[in-house]
Design a protein around this ligand. Structure first.
Ligand code: FAD
Length: 587
């Protein structure tokens, strides 16, 4: 089969905040940049970020980057790499002002400065009083961010491939990355996109769980593509469950609600977070609040007929604050929970939200993996940023509003690195005849398969298995059974058949191809979780309730081939300041 080939300086998969921030820098530098997205760029999941973006501007309360760094290290339960965290927190103010100058419509204080609100895990003076660090555009910060970046990219001549799906990574015999194969979703046309630099910004993979705040397209495609091309996945056992997803719907109710003064109640009307986190209360770190909620439910203090959720109260904030600061939240509550929060509390449960792990990179966005000679080498031509990457700045638990910051800081940093690196790679490296063979084999298998299982059924089984066996609390026997079950599901994934082969937008084909990626992410998650016999951040083991720094202060690396695990040390040494040594984490 003859395949069209196109060449670019840089190919970026993903038009969320991370992909578009990088694309903007690259296009403005005069490079020929292609950006692929499964959906229209401004529909990427970044659009639904509500709460804000962290930066120590100090517009409301005194603040500085070093306090922000401390909170991020502590929030990560000391698994974050401190050199990368310093890099991110130091750059936060600059990248936020840059966004402001790009035209991003931040809310304003009376004095005209950018509005900031408190968020969980943010403190002043290394663990002191609550800090006010989240820069926001009402409860639609991601929306404002994405539209601003899209407009700037259009004017910078970034070339968008909309409703194109990246399928596989192309590597040469040395392991250098030369581009990708991709599919036009409407027509089914397959194309090779050859590039001097390939950047993954494919976002999260929350869809491995049944109840998730993530968009349907968040299927971990970048991780699947990397794993199939022998790149390991880092720290995949760490998934953040957001405390407040709408009960039954999974839709996110932002932490901004608690930042503005809302709080959680149990069946008895008790503000139970006062017992679990006497200082930070409802604004303790997300893993802490989610575990407290799960404990309340488990011990019979949940609300409703089935005692299976809790209540988020905000009516005391008053109609004016709710309408001006949280208009989107009110809309979501009315639409998905059928309550108007001006009068009634919102029923909520902890819901899968954010993937701390991902494709291993350094803080220039360069992918670092076992390669030609050593275990930790920069893979030539390959970069990753945003939620699909593991830098790692979030370690075992991300703080709210640090993800949007991560997208912008590392999106820009990776682009600057690429601009520099391409000076040494003036020409495209030669592409082998068989560069697209792996992709064609996948497509042919799907096309030819007879009497296989339905994609939807197997996908359902996958997300049910992950939800049941690898949720907020993890148990030894459940994890062991879960690994066995997931291995079965993985075999079934390879035996699926597209039941509806109609050509209409190729939906059935897309879902089957996505399932290959969900499989890699789910396997990496549950196998890494089963092995880690400690509790740290979002990974809470019933049988090992304590953090074990002697044994486990290290990053996990999962290799898809043979489901192998390896480990690498945490980078405890920051760039310029003293290290924050691990200590007990209380809020
Ligand atoms: C409901 C919700 C609210 C949130 N609120 C906040 C918040 O207030 N503050 C904060 O800091 N963080 C928040 N987060 C987290 C944060 O929004 C995300 O981590 C972040 O937006 C991810 O951005 P990204 O650029 O990495 O990916 P995304 O924005 O998810 O974009 C991924 C892109 O990749 C494309 N893509 C994926 N696979 C393929 C493929 N195979 N081929 C082609 N294109 C592909 C998609 O089409 C999309 O364009 C929130 C997350 C959710 C789910």
């Amino acid at each position: 089969m003859a395949i069209t080939k196109r060449t670019f300086d840089v190919v970026i998969i993903g038009a969320g905040g991370a992909g578009m921030r990088a694309a903007l820098q690259l296009s403005e530098a005069g490079l020929k940049v292609a950006v692929l997205s499964k959906v229209f760029p401004t529909r990427s999941h970044t659009v639904s970020a509500q709460g804000g973006i962290a930066a120590s501007l100090g517009n409301v309360t005194e603040d500085n980057w070093h306090w922000h760094m401390y909170d991020t290290v502590k929030g990560s339960d000391y698994l974050g790499d401190q050199d990368a965290i310093e890099f991110m927190c130091r750059q936060a103010n600059e990248v936020v002002y840059e966004l402001e100058h790009f035209g991003m419509p931040f809310d304003r204080l009376e004095n005209g400065k950018i509005y900031q609100r408190p968020f969980g895990g943010q403190s002043q003076n290394f663990g002191g009083a609550q800090a006010t660090r989240s820069c926001a555009s009402a409860d639609r910060t991601g929306h404002a961010l994405l539209h601003t970046l899209y407009q700037r990219n259009v004017s910078a001549n970034t070339q968008f491939f909309i409703e194109w799906m990246g399928l596989d990574l192309i590597r040469d015999e040395q392991g250098d990355v030369l581009g990708i194969t991709a599919l036009e979703m409407e027509t089914g046309e397959v194309m090779i996109m050859q590039a001097r630099a390939t950047l993954f910004a494919t976002g999260g993979a929350g869809r491995i769980f049944q109840a998730s705040t993530n968009a349907l397209i968040n299927t971990g495609d970048g991780l699947g593509m990397a794993a199939r091309a022998d790149i390991p996945l880092e720290d995949m056992e760490f998934w953040q469950f957001h405390p407040t997803g709408v009960h039954g719907a999974g839709v996110l109710i932002s932490e901004a609600v608690r930042g503005e003064g809302g709080y959680l109640l149990n069946q008895a009307g008790e503000r139970f977070m006062e017992r679990y986190a006497p200082n930070a209360k409802d604004l303790a770190s997300r893993d802490v609040v989610s575990r407290a909620m799960t404990t309340e439910i488990k011990e019979g203090r949940g609300c409703g007929d089935d005692n299976d959720h809790l209540m988020l109260k905000l009516d005391h904030l008053g109609a004016d604050i709710i309408k001006s600061r949280l208009p989107g939240i009110r809309e979501l509550a009315m639409k998905f929970a059928h309550v108007d929060p001006i009068h009634h509390p919102i029923p909520v449960v902890p819901t899968a939200h954010y993937m701390m792990g991902g494709i291993p990179t350094n803080f220039y966005g360069q992918v670092v993996a076992p390669y030609k000679t050593g275990p930790e080498e920069i893979v030539s031509g390959f970069y990753a940023v945003g939620e699909c990457a593991c830098v790692s700045v979030h370690g075992a638990n991300r703080l709210g509003t640090n993800s949007l910051l991560d997208l912008i800081v590392f999106g820009r940093a990776a682009a600057l690195k690429i601009i520099d690196d391409l000076k040494a790679i003036p020409h495209h490296k030669p592409l082998a005849e068989n560069a697209a063979d792996k992709t064609l084999a996948r497509l042919t298998r799907l096309e030819d398969k007879k009497n296989g299982e339905s994609v939807a059924e197997v996908k359902n089984e996958l997300s049910k298995t992950m939800q049941t066996y690898c949720g907020v609390f993890r148990f030894e026997d459940m994890l062991q059974q879960g690994v066995e079950k997931m291995k079965e599901v993985a075999t079934r994934v390879d035996n699926t058949e597209i039941k509806d082969k109609s050509k209409v937008f190729n939906t059935a084909r897309i879902e089957a191809l996505e399932l290959d990626n969900l499989k890699e992410v789910a396997m990496a998650t549950i196998i890494s979780a089963e092995a880690r016999s400690e509790s740290r951040g979002a990974h809470a083991r019933d049988d090992f309730p304590q953090r074990d720094d002697d044994k486990w202060l290290k990053h996990t690396l999962y290799f898809s081939k043979n489901n192998r695990l390896d480990y690498k040390p945490v980078r405890l040494k920051p760039q310029t300041v003293e290290s924050f040594p691990p200590k007990a984490r209380t809020y």
